[in-house]
Design a protein around this ligand. Structure first.
Ligand SMILES: [Zn+2]
Ligand SMILES: [Zn+2]
Length: 79
């Protein structure tokens, strides 16, 4: 399920879930795999999904899906 701004802000408000957290600033949300906390992450986007997929680069486990907003040009608004 995709995350929206409200979901990400709720995650910030609920505090950092990272084991052995070394973050200096908890106003910023960092996305890590719980499976491989110190591992790399892969961030990808496909046109079909319309979401940014964050996955663990070690085991490909899904970490987060983040909805991407489309530009809304005035010309596309129907009156
Ligand atoms: Zn933290
Ligand atoms: Zn992993």
């Amino acid at each position: 399920m995709a995350s929206y701004a409200e979901d990400l802000e709720r995650m910030i408000a609920s505090g950092c879930q990272a084991p052995g957290c070394t973050h200096k600033d908890h106003g910023t949300l960092f996305l890590h795999g719980k499976c491989h906390f110190k591992g790399k992450v892969e961030v990808s986007y496909t046109k079909d999904s319309g979401e940014i997929l964050v996955a663990c680069a070690e085991c490909q486990k899904e970490i987060a899906r983040i909805a991407v907003a489309r530009r809304t040009f005035p010309a596309t608004i129907k009156n």
